[in-house]
Design a protein around this ligand. Sequence first.
Ligand code: ADP
Length: 316
Amino acid sequence: MLDARGLGIGAAAEQFIEQIVTQSSNAKAARVQISDALAAESETAVELELTNPPRHISARFFPLRAPRGNLGTGVLLRDVTRERQADAMKSQLLSTVSHELRTPLASIKGFATTLLRQDVKWDEATQRDFLRIIEEETDRLTEIIDNLLDMSQIEAGVLRIAKEPTQLRSIIREVVDEMRMRTEAHWFVVDLPADLPRIIADPRRIRQVLHNLIENAIKYTEGGQITVACEIEPAQVVVSVSDQGAGIASEYSDKIFERFFQMDGKSTRRVGGAGLGLSISRGIIEAHGGRIWVESIVGQGSIFRFALPIAPNETS
Ligand code: ADP
C-alpha cells in the first residue's frame, strides 16, 4: 500500500504493479526490473522513481515460503522520498561547502607560504598586504561556517532570537556605513521617516539581514545607487533595500530564498557566495513573525523588502 491518492489500496497485484510501472520515470526499465524481481528465487530490492507526484519507492520482493514449496512472492514497498531528498541535500551541501571553503583556504595557504619563504625578503608594506589578505580570507571562512550553523538551526527550528524593542535607525546607519567602505562603484541613499517607531526584534539578527541584502545589492550590480528606506504601516515597519542592477525574473522571485539557490552559477562563482544569505534572511525574518520578499523589474533593479512588527507601546 502506498497511500490513498489512487495508488495501491485494494488493487489486485498486477494492476497495482502496472500503476507503479506507468508512473515510473522510466517505465520500460521499471517493468524489466519488476519482472526480474518477481522471477528471482531470492530476496531482491528495486528502487523506482515515480513522476507526478515525484516520489522514490523502494520495493523489496521476497519469496513466500511454505513447508511444501513457494506460495508466491511478497513485496514490501516503502516511500523513501524524504531519505532521497535528504541524501541529495547532503551531497549538495558537501559539494558547495567544499568548493566555498577551498577558495579562501587556498589563498590563506598561498600567502602564508609566500611570507615564510626564506629566500625572499618582503618589505614591510608587502608583508602587511599579505597579512591583510590572510585576515580577510579567514573572516570569509568564519562567515561561511556561521552561515551553515545558522542554516542548520533554522532548519531544526531552534534559531535563538533575543527580541527587544529595537531602534532601526541606528542599525541601518551602522550597516550602511560599514558597507559603504566596501565599494567604490555604488553610492548609498538612506531614506528614513523622522518618527520611525521601535520594532520588536533581535538587533544582531536584523543587522545580519540588512548586511546580507546590501552585500547582495553590491555583489549583483555593477554599480549605481543603493537605497535603504523604511515605511511605517499601521502595525509594522517595512524596510527596503533597492538596487539598480540587472534585476530578478519573476520566476525566480521565490526560488532565490531557497537554500543553495543561485540564479547564475557563473557570475555567483565570480563574486563568491554559497546561496545561503537569502534563505537565512528569510528564516530570521519569519522567526520574528515577519515577512521578506522581492519586487524586481528585469533590467532596472530589485527591491528587497522585509516587514517587522512595531513594538506595542510605540503605535499611535
Ligand atoms: P549568494 O549571494 O551566496 O549566492 P543569496 O541567498 O544571498 O546567496 O542569493 C541567492 C541568489 O539570488 C544569488 O545567487 C543571486 O543569483 C540572486 N540575487 C540575490 N540578490 C540579488 C540582487 N540584488 N540582484 C540580483 N540577483 C540577486
